[in-house]
Design a protein around this ligand. Sequence first.
Ligand code: SF4
Length: 228
Amino acid sequence: MDNSSTNSEHPKSVEKLLPGFNCGICGYARCDEFAGALLKKWTQLEKCRFLYQEIFEDNRNALEEILKEEKIIPEEEKVVGLLDGYEADFILKPLPDESSCREVLYPFTRKELKEGDIIRYRPLGCPIIHFARILNEDNGLITVHLVGPCHRLGEDVEFDYLDIGVCMVGGFEGIIQGKLPAVGETIRFLPVHCMMQKVHSGVVVQLEGRRAIIEGIDLKVWAPPIKG
Ligand code: SF4
């Protein structure tokens, strides 16, 4: 296996070494999306269980060599949403030891919701069904962590959930990777966990170092796409 490729060749090299099943088990819809996430160090090889089968052993070894390089994607590379090609100002990552950025939701349901409940909902403006665990409830607003669609939970996991229909996403909390904005600034950002890798917009309402709270979330981005 030739691992002497240059930085610009890495994304294709990594994609070619993946199984190509586009099954979504790794948490990304397609192998090329998983390849991009690997290169940005947002995920790990172990998430693709097929790579640990004997038939893919050579591919896994080659991938481990490529990914050993500390910085494969240049820091200054633009952050661009996969779905519509809009450029983001930064990436929003989870708080330390958390699995996704925190989301603050306005549920429309009249069901009683409490900390620890698992909910199934669709964010207003997003076609994807989400599953999340409630971290806290405050005057009707709930703060959640995403726990899936089903494939992210693992096939064997059974769970009870409350289906609460459409929710409005009011806010995000996480760690900024990229250029720091000012408080009050309207920004475009890419939440690491977004299953569509779609750029969101919002207003930064609180900043402590790189830890940010962003509110007024909108999935409509008013700017020409980079591509096309
Ligand atoms: S789990 Fe592996 S084969 Fe399936 S989409 Fe992810 S990278 Fe591709």
